[in-house]
Design a binder for this molecule. Structure first.
Ligand SMILES: Cc1cc2nc3c(=O)[nH]c(=O)nc-3n(C[C@H](O)[C@H](O)[C@H](O)COP(=O)(O)OP(=O)(O)OC[C@H]3O[C@@H](n4cnc5c(N)ncnc54)[C@H](O)[C@@H]3O)c2cc1C
Length: 483
């Protein structure tokens, strides 16, 4: 039986990102995907700066950037066209080193992730492979998958298994854990169009139509792509709603068949749910397998990418050093509250779009002198897992900094924790088990150390702060890492 370091089930955006992050460490990885082709129905169109930073770590941004545009933001309007709430996304670079919000076409991302995976000799991708059995042993995971082309069964084993196998996850089922329904269930139709001409008079940003009769969303996507989503009632006939006649009639206020081609259409039931357990022994779930949210904030896929950015380096340290139960438990404890906040905010946004909720979607709404209201993006901290509860900076994202020699720090360090140090603590340099960077080498580090009132900052490979250190004792926090 062939043995791998890691087996990943599912090659959507979550599995593709995880495969790439783990491959940076040189592990042997098998990715099993049931489908022959990339999923073709309309799905994600938005992601943020934190996610682009993960793509940078993987090394796909240079090529993938061509397939993205910077998103200007979202306006919520009522049925009379009055703007109820503005959610602008500033066109300036954030601490993550990227713009706050991007538009993209999910198949373009999945293609980029797959292309990159092919560069790693120790990564095998098997499509048409349906995982059927998973056996969780103390030191190993065994699994059985079926080759759909010839119905042959194959057995493999691995040190760790991650189910990135989507909403109907086989892994979640085999782990014996359940989704808790967080309360949002609504059917929506989604239609993607491609404009026939280069120029159009459609809005230059996302519009949420808070219209109680037919709540709807318009998205300005990359190039000539435009999307409309609209809520449908349970009693409405799905075939009728998806008929070309119905769709073109719905689109009348914006465009007609002479303006665009209908590319793809689908009906989804948008749900909000979260799995109770994300790990059992050496088995994990991530992405839609672990949580679901409606797409109003464009954060479902982003949450899955945050999951695997958190999990990849933890699994890596456990393979390189030793399996550590408590350390691996921090995956769920850090990710759960973060994703829950995104789900709950998205649900409030959904209520607002349905014209039944309050406009206090994020708790961060400001009013202008003319009564206009605007909201800001949320950036929830990760939950408690590693580091010290008394450290206020624990779990904050560490900015992307440049070295004085012109190198970008994120590109230099992508697989190990890094210690950023004040020159005053130079004597500790040789004691540290992890790479160390001094104040004099990095632009802006002195100011950052002042801001955090720290002499040193330990940063994890996923770019979150593990610990801000004030004295030599604080550096012992490294003990939380199995290195
Ligand atoms: C209309 C819509 C709009 C959206 N917009 C956004 C947005 O703008 N931004 C955003 O961040 N998110 C958005 N989302 C959510 C986003 O698309 C999903 O969160 C994301 O695709 C989930 O990725 P995943 O890799 O976790 O799962 P999936 O993409 O579902 O991939 C799971 C894979 O596992 C495979 N699989 C399943 N079971 C097995 C098995 N037993 N054996 C082998 N393979 C298996 C499946 O074939 C599939 O390819 C949107 C969703 C919808 C529906």
């Amino acid at each position: 039986m062939k043995k791998y370091d890691i087996v990943i089930i599912g090659l959507g955006p979550t599995g593709g990102t995880l495969g790439n992050l783990l491959a940076l460490n040189g592990f042997s990885i098998l990715i099993l995907e049931r489908e022959k082709k990339i999923y073709s129905l309309p799905r994600a169109v938005h992601f943020d700066d934190e996610i682009m930073r993960v793509f940078q770590t993987i090394g796909i941004t240079k090529e993938f950037l061509k397939y993205t545009i910077i998103n200007k933001g979202t306006k919520f309007v009522n049925s009379d066209g009055k703007v109820l709430l503005d959610w602008p996304r500033p066109r300036s670079i954030t601490e993550n080193g990227w713009y706050p919000s991007y538009r993209f076409h999910q198949p373009d991302l999945e293609r980029s992730l797959r292309k990159r995976l092919l560069k790693f000799k120790k990564v095998s991708i098997k499509q048409n492979s349906h995982v059927q059995e998973i056996e969780n042993k103390k030191d190993i995971v065994n699994l059985v998958f079926k080759d759909i082309k010839n119905d042959k069964l194959h057995k493999v084993s691995c040190k760790y298994l991650v189910g990135c196998d989507g909403a109907r996850s086989t892994t979640r089922e085999k782990m014996g854990t359940k989704f808790d329904n967080l309360g949002f269930t609504q059917k929506w139709a989604v239609v993607d169009l491609i404009l026939k001409k280069n120029k159009d008079k459609l809005p230059d940003r996302t519009i949420q139509y808070s219209n109680p009769k037919r709540p709807a969303t318009y998205c300005r996507n990359v190039g000539k792509r435009r999307r409309w989503e609209f809520a449908i009632k349970d009693y409405e006939d799905e075939n009728k709603i998806l008929s070309n006649t119905y769709i073109w009639n719905f689109l009348k206020p914006w465009l007609s068949q002479k303006d665009a081609y209908l590319e793809r259409k689908a009906i989804y039931t948008f749900r909000s749910a979260i799995a109770r357990k994300w790990r059992k022994g050496r088995i994990f779930i991530a992405g839609d397998a672990a949580h679901l949210m409606p797409p109003f904030m464009g954060q479902g896929m982003c949450a899955g990418i945050r999951d695997v950015s958190n999990l990849a380096w933890k699994i890596s340290l456990c393979i390189k050093n030793k399996h550590n139960e408590k350390f691996l438990d921090t995956y769920q404890s850090e990710r759960f509250s973060n994703v829950k906040e995104y789900i709950e905010t998205t649900m409030r946004m959904g209520e607002f779009v349905n014209a039944i909720g309050s406009d206090n979607i994020t708790g961060n709404i400001s009013s202008g002198p003319d009564g206009s209201k605007s909201m800001q993006s949320i950036k929830p901290k990760i939950g408690f897992g590693l580091g010290s509860k008394t450290d206020k900076n624990r779990g904050k994202i560490f900015p992307q900094l440049k070295m004085k020699n012109g190198k970008i720090l994120d590109n230099k360090f992508s697989t190990s924790p890094v210690l950023f140090m004040s020159t005053k603590l130079n004597k500790l340099k040789n004691l540290s088990k992890i790479p160390t960077v001094g104040e004099k080498e990095v632009i802006g580090l002195s100011n950052l150390l002042k801001k955090y009132k720290a002499k040193g900052i330990i940063v994890r490979p996923d770019r979150f702060i593990l610990k801000t250190c004030k004295n030599t004792k604080d550096f012992n926090q490294i003990k939380y890492l199995p290195i």
